[in-house]
Design a protein around this ligand. Structure first.
Ligand code: MV4
Length: 514
């Protein structure tokens, strides 16, 4: 297969920029598509070509597969990279891309479908010796089979959508009396969300961590795993902090889970980059949960501890190149942590913070990587995901990664909207994160305490800002009075410079340092 020369990127924001950069590094020409809201965005500016595909709502732009494929043909692209979200795990889009004579940079549609149906996937994995969460391997016709399973396994159980994933349509049932109602609700929710109301049941696992394994599989039957990512720190299925490796994973467990993940890839006919999600119980037993058939948001932490470029690997695999990596050469080096920076206000229930970025200072320096498409003046729109940046810190060990992350969070300033940066500071500096004693329920269980601490530092910052503003205004007035008596007319720049010399930048709400 010939190498790829031009790639259309069917996405936006930081991940579109990530793929533009990978293309540049490979000497491939990047082509962007963009909605009306993203015309002036950084990935659009940095691409060789950019084609408009519609209005801001995703349904009128980034989800229009026919328009995007047409744009790819018109631009002379030979492949499409879907990023994550939008059309990334849409088997019909992958198929239509191939039918248009273009390479889809992702798994084959058949593999997507094999892992997309959770019940089919459970049956397949169970057949091949991959441990699954105890539960049904058939869709439930009514409450009978579920009730029988629950009586034998004990409550609580959880109802899940066969077509689901990522926590959508999940329902915990704590007693048989609640089963019929919960099943009805789960069914209608699944039907409305996925157009498929199939439901099955599992035993509810508690005190568990979410640990996932990154895999790469080429078109020549060779697959490797790149170790794990710890993703337990999340809120309502939105991951907030990820790290690689995981404190809960020993080298033996890494080998074991890695082998399982490679086995999952093999039996499902998987190709390209993918992630196998596990729940890990306190005894260190992994349970297969699902496969994410795409590049993931948190892929940079794996890149930092392996030294690999995952987007480059995706492109090479899609071009038919054999994987040039041997499993025995792979081991995590050092430690990497990612904080997802969201345009949400952590003090007020993570409510969305749309608006214009008035000023931006990005952290940098040793061990720091920032993935963002944000530029000063950009508008964060309610039409899209709240993820505005990913801040990653690498260290030779976990302590160094933590210290660098705290340093970088202190450097990071976004003016104009509130972000989750203060929340990240609380979590990373906290005892639970330092000691590694957290599970998937930790953020929810500690949210009240975290919010109280954020409010406290918010108040302190507001107080400081008010005092500093009063001092600055007083200084300015006495200064201009003195200048006026000498016949000088100080302009705004001179005033600002003088103020900066005396006390640093004018403090503003939302510009707090730790
Ligand atoms: C579970 C579970 C406990 N027991 N299944 C949430 C996302 C989807 N992938 C499956 N999820 C869960 N399935 C059983 N049998 C707990 C979760 C879960 C979860 C899993 C990973 C990361 C965060 C989570 C948050 C809440 C619930």
């Amino acid at each position: 297969m010939p190498p790829l020369r031009r790639i259309l990127i069917a996405n936006r924001g930081e991940i579109a920029l990530r793929v533009v950069r990978a293309c540049r590094d490979l000497g491939i020409s990047p082509v962007m598509v963009y909605s009306e809201a993203d015309r002036d965005s950084l990935p659009v500016r940095l691409a060789d070509q950019a084609l408009p595909i519609g209005e801001a709502p995703a349904a009128k732009s980034y989800l229009r597969s026919d328009v995007i494929i047409e744009a790819a043909i018109r631009a002379g692209a030979d492949a499409i990279h879907p990023g994550y979200g939008f059309l990334a795990e849409n088997a019909a889009f992958a198929r239509a891309t191939a039918e248009a004579g273009l390479v889809f940079i992702g798994p084959p549609p058949e593999a997507m479908q094999a892992v997309g149906d959770k019940v089919e996937a459970r049956r397949l994995m169970s057949k091949h010796g991959v441990p699954i969460i105890p539960g049904l391997t058939d869709r439930a016709a009514d409450t009978t089979s579920i009730a029988a399973f629950a009586r034998q396994a004990g409550y609580p159980i959880v109802l899940k959508a066969a077509a689901g994933g990522g926590g959508k349509g999940m329902r915990v049932v704590r007693a048989e009396a609640d089963l019929a109602g919960a099943l009805r609700m789960a069914r209608s929710e699944a039907g409305a969300s996925f157009g498929d109301d199939g439901i099955y049941a599992e035993k509810l696992l508690e005190d568990v961590r979410h640990v996932e394994i990154q895999i790469l599989a080429d078109a020549h039957g060779h697959a490797v795993h790149l170790g794990e990512r710890e993703c337990s720190l999340q809120r309502r299925h939105q991951k907030l902090v990820e790290e690689a490796p995981s404190l809960a994973v020993t080298p033996e467990l890494r080998r074991r889970m890695g082998d399982l993940a490679v086995q999952v890839a093999r039996v499902s006919g998987y190709r390209n980059a993918g992630t196998v999600e596990f729940l890990l119980d306190r005894e260190g037993r992994p349970y297969f949960m699902e496969v994410n058939a795409r590049l993931q948001v948190e892929h940079p932490v794996t890149e930092m501890v392996t030294g690999l470029d995952l987007v480059r690997a995706q492109i090479a695999i899609a071009a038919g190149e054999p994987l040039a990596i041997r499993q025995e050469d792979l081991a995590p080096r050092g430690w990497a942590i990612e904080c997802r920076i969201l345009a949400e206000d952590p003090v007020h229930g993570f409510r969305p913070q749309p608006g214009r970025i008035r000023a931006l200072r990005l952290p940098a320096g040793p061990g720091i990587r920032v993935d963002t498409a944000l530029q000063e003046g950009d508008v964060v729109s309610l039409h899209y995901d709240a993820l505005i940046a990913k801040l990653c810190a690498w260290g030779a060990d976990r302590d160094e990664a933590v210290r660098r992350m705290l340093r970088a969070l202190g450097e990071f300033q976004v003016a104009g909207i509130r972000t989750t940066i203060p929340f990240d500071r609380e979590v990373i500096a906290g005892e639970a994160f330092r000691s590694g004693r957290f599970d998937i329920a930790w953020v929810d269980s500690r949210m009240d305490a975290i919010r109280a601490r954020l409010l406290e530092s918010d108040d302190r910052e507001a107080e400081r800002a008010a005092v500093a503003a009063a001092v600055a205004s007083f200084e300015e007035r006495s200064r201009s009075a003195a200048d006026a008596s000498r016949g000088a007319t100080p302009d705004a720049w001179a005033l600002a410079g003088r103020r900066a010399q005396m006390q640093g930048p004018a403090p503003r709400r939302g510009w707090a340092r730790p």
